[in-house]
Write a protein that binds this ligand. Structure first.
Ligand SMILES: Cc1cc2nc3c(=O)[nH]c(=O)nc-3n(C[C@H](O)[C@H](O)[C@H](O)COP(=O)(O)OP(=O)(O)OC[C@H]3O[C@@H](n4cnc5c(N)ncnc54)[C@H](O)[C@@H]3O)c2cc1C
Length: 323
């Protein structure tokens, strides 16, 4: 369906003339950056994905509210992208609005408490920048983040983590904005599980609150050393090239990479999409892949693992848009 037809289909029923597309009304109602038909391949680490009808970077929180008012009025679908490091976007792109938060939509705040220091980070901030901020302020708890690309908002959504911890260990709560306003969700209500957090539909996480622990110089030095070792470990074990990290979740008690390797899938390819020869759970775009190639390779991997081991591999990467 063309973008024009789509605009007409979701035109307003509140008196706004049908001739005014939702895109035009949206662009006229916000102050932030509005890009039309923006190619999402430029915003995902896989380098895949067709155009978003609109990509929007709000100027401030009030601007995000203004955007959500149009989303409500015109019933336009809304999605959020962080660093795009855990996303496979379809070749036909995403209908509606993709929100991308600037790193400074909300300024960082710190409040000392008996149990530690409560820090509020803007969800659009890079995860590694949050770690650096914590270390500069002699706070520990975020040392699992360097090496994981993307934003704090994306890390929250995915309950991102690794050998040194995960988001669920430190998060106290988040602020989300939806069409019906801003809400605070405490960590206990986020249903954290392995690479999973529960969020209401079309919720934009704006702020992530974490509880960190003050540390002496000696501990800070040893944390920095551990982080360096972890980064070096990743450099040696993870393939370079365009990927979204691990494509599949580890089934309970098993390693997805080992299952894929045991099926002889290393080096398997469909078009420009290839199973890495270094790490079988990394599916790489060699620069010529389409999202369709990647989906076919995913299906091929799942089918082989199901046939050989009777196990159903679940995607860790989120699928978005039309394929
Ligand atoms: C080389 C490489 C290594 C990786 N290693 C790891 C690892 O060790 N551990 C790990 O857990 N992951 C890893 N990943 C995956 C990925 O980096 C993490 O999941 C990361 O936290 C995703 O953050 P992002 O900002 O890129 O999210 P995106 O990919 O942009 O989005 C992921 C999901 O979060 C949602 N989202 C993002 N921001 C918001 C927001 N503000 N509000 C609401 N929803 C939002 C998106 O809609 C989407 O559903 C790796 C990826 C790569 C490429």
């Amino acid at each position: 369906m063309s973008i024009r037809n789509h605009s007409r289909r979701i035109a307003a029923s509140d008196g706004t003339p049908d001739s005014v597309s939702w895109q035009d009304e949206f662009a006229a109602s916000v102050r932030g950056l509005v890009r039309r038909n923006e190619l999402l391949s430029n915003y995902t680490t896989l380098g895949l994905g067709g155009p978003a009808d609109i990509m929007f970077e709000p100027a401030d929180e009030a601007d995000l509210k203004a955007a959500l008012a149009i989303v409500r009025k015109r019933k336009v679908p809304l999605k959020v992208i962080g660093g795009g490091s855990n996303l496979l976007v379809g070749d036909r792109g995403v209908r509606g609005i993709i929100v991308r938060l600037p790193p400074d939509l909300i300024s960082t705040e710190m409040v000392g408490q008996d149990e530690g220091v409560w820090v509020s980070y803007c969800a659009g901030m890079l995860s590694v920048a949050a770690y650096r901020h914590a270390i500069e302020n002699r706070l520990v708890g975020l040392e699992f983040l360097p090496g994981i690309p993307g934003t704090i908002g994306g890390a929250l959504r995915m309950n991102a983590g690794g050998r040194l911890g995960e988001m669920a260990d430190v998060v106290e709560g988040i602020e989300v904005m939806r069409v019906d306003g801003a809400t605070y969700i405490p960590a206990q209500e986020l249903g954290f599980a392995y690479r999973y957090a529960e969020l209401p539909d079309s919720a934009v996480i704006t702020r992530v609150d974490v509880l960190l622990r003050p540390a002496e110089s000696r501990e800070i030095t040893s944390v920095k050393e551990r982080v360096q070792q972890e980064i070096e470990h990743r450099r040696l074990t993870q393939p370079a090239g365009r990927s979204a990290g691990s494509m599949f979740k580890n089934p309970p008690g098993r390693h997805a990479a080992r299952l894929l390797e045991d099926c002889g899938l290393k080096g398997e390819s469909v078009g420009g999409a290839r199973v890495s020869t270094e790490h079988a759970n990394f599916l790489i775009n060699d620069g010529t892949a389409t999202a369709g190639d990647m989906m076919q390779l995913i299906d091929l991997c799942r089918n082989k693992v199901r046939k050989q081991f009777g196990l159903s591999l679940e995607l860790e990467v989120k699928l978005e848009g039309e394929f």
